[in-house]
Design a protein around this ligand. Structure first.
Ligand code: PLP
Length: 393
């Protein structure tokens, strides 16, 4: 959005969140400042214990970022050169970057045209003798089709590393309501400030029920040092520790995340109702064959799937590729923030792209528009966004 233009509905509004929690945040950060312990220590350990309890996993290991959680998770599982890792063709680059960093090869699975999560029905056809792991991404806050992912993994002896960067707290009703991050072998979370549970700096978390993997991750985050002898280095590691200020901030926010996720779901429902009142939506995911649904959808705007498990880190609509610029111009004219998540599929990146084609993901990249979504978004703001989109039709 061009500088100086009046913003009526920003894409993000982290300052209001800070204002609303200011007293608790102040107390938490003061506690850390006065403790003199800034990396690791009791604040980090308390957050790890609270997060593990919340997510229903045995171990939660605080790290520097979500990217590191993916790298360290895959590394702890022994993924390296020569291995193939199947992942979604439509995600933030960090998902495939983590695989490439380890010298392994990402093999891209195309996505379902409505959910934009990997199309689990395609997984089986991508498994080879070299496949070591599957990395499903719970894109935009919607859990991937984990029942099928886990079945394929079981059948072929693969491990599953969930990319949970956009889905903190999301449940999988397919799997008895367990939370993401506890469904696969390892979960990787990001607390980048804009995520649905965000720190005020970089931070991440690795989850697992496996004691050995947790021990390996704790060693890898700290230069490969021995659990019992800090200055003995048993492997090459990383400097990827969680700092105490971020842990203290996350401890303030963790008890609120279920309410926030519910509020995001209500905002998504309100968007759908507002679109319907304006006559905007022509296609929805429900009850349709996914592929024919995509064709129907080319005529107009498609809302993201309504799903009780969705936590709407992003509320990403799809519009016909040839008309997207018109929608964007209308949003800019009305002062409404938006983004293209994502403007290209991972199969179209200059690096690491050559491992499969993904026509549905590549088409989706031309169609997506992510609109403002946050727990505090008001009905009035939602109607402003709808009016701007309606003006583009
Ligand atoms: C944000 C994100 C990451 C990376 O997390 P960082 O904390 O920014 O390193 C990985 N995967 C997905 C899907 C993300 O959205």
């Amino acid at each position: 959005m061009s500088a100086g233009r009046h913003v009526t509905v920003p894409l993000l509004d982290l300052t209001s969140e800070v204002e609303a929690l200011y007293q608790e945040l102040r107390e938490a950060t003061d506690r850390v400042l006065r403790s003199g312990t800034f990396i690791g220590g009791p604040e980090v350990e308390a957050f790890e214990a609270e997060a593990a309890d919340f997510l229903g996993v045995r171990h939660a290991v605080g790290l520097n970022s979500g990217t590191d959680a993916l790298v360290i998770g895959l590394e702890a599982l022994g993924v390296g050169p020569g291995d193939e890792v199947i992942t979604s063709a439509f995600s933030f680059f960090a998902t495939s970057e983590a695989v490439l960093r380890l010298g392994a090869t990402p093999v891209f699975c195309d996505v379902d045209p409505h959910t934009l999560n990997l199309d689990a029905g395609l997984l089986e056809g991508l498994v080879t003798e070299r496949t070591k792991a599957i990395v499903p991404v719970h894109l935009f806050g919607l859990p991937a089709q984990m029942t099928t992912v886990l079945e394929v993994a079981d059948r072929h002896g693969l491990t599953v590393v969930e990319d949970c960067a956009q889905a903190f707290g999301a449940h999988s009703s397919e799997l008895g309501g367990r939370r993401v991050g506890g469904l696969g072998t390892v979960g990787a979370f990001s607390f980048y400030p804009t995520k649905n549970l965000g720190a005020y700096g970089d931070a991440g978390l690795l989850t697992t029920d496996d004691d050995e993997l947790a021990t390996a991750a704790r060693s890898l985050r700290n230069h490969g040092s021995s659990p019992t002898d800090k200055y003995r280095h048993e492997r090459l590691g990383h400097n990827s520790r969680l700092d105490a200020l971020q842990a203290a901030i996350l401890r303030v926010k963790l008890p609120l995340v279920d309410d926030w996720n519910r509020a995001r779901r209500s905002v998504a429902d309100a968007y759908r109702a507002s679109f319907a009142r304006a006559g905007l939506v022509v296609g929805t995911a429900e009850g349709e064959d996914a592929r024919s649904g995509l064709d129907d959808a080319r005529a107009g705007l498609v809302a993201p799937p309504a799903h009780d498990d969705h936590v709407y880190h992003q509320f990403t609509v799809q519009v016909p590729a040839a008309r997207r610029q018109r929608y964007e111009d209308a949003l800019v004219a009305a002062g409404i923030g938006y983004s293209r998540f994502y403007p290209s599929a991972l199969t179209s990146q200059p690096v690491g792209c050559s491992f499969g084609s993904a026509p549905v993901a590549e088409t989706a990249a031309q169609r997506v528009l992510s609109l403002p979504v946050r727990p505090s978004l008001s009905a009035g703001e939602i109607d402003l966004v709808t009016a701007a989109l309606a003006a583009a039709v």
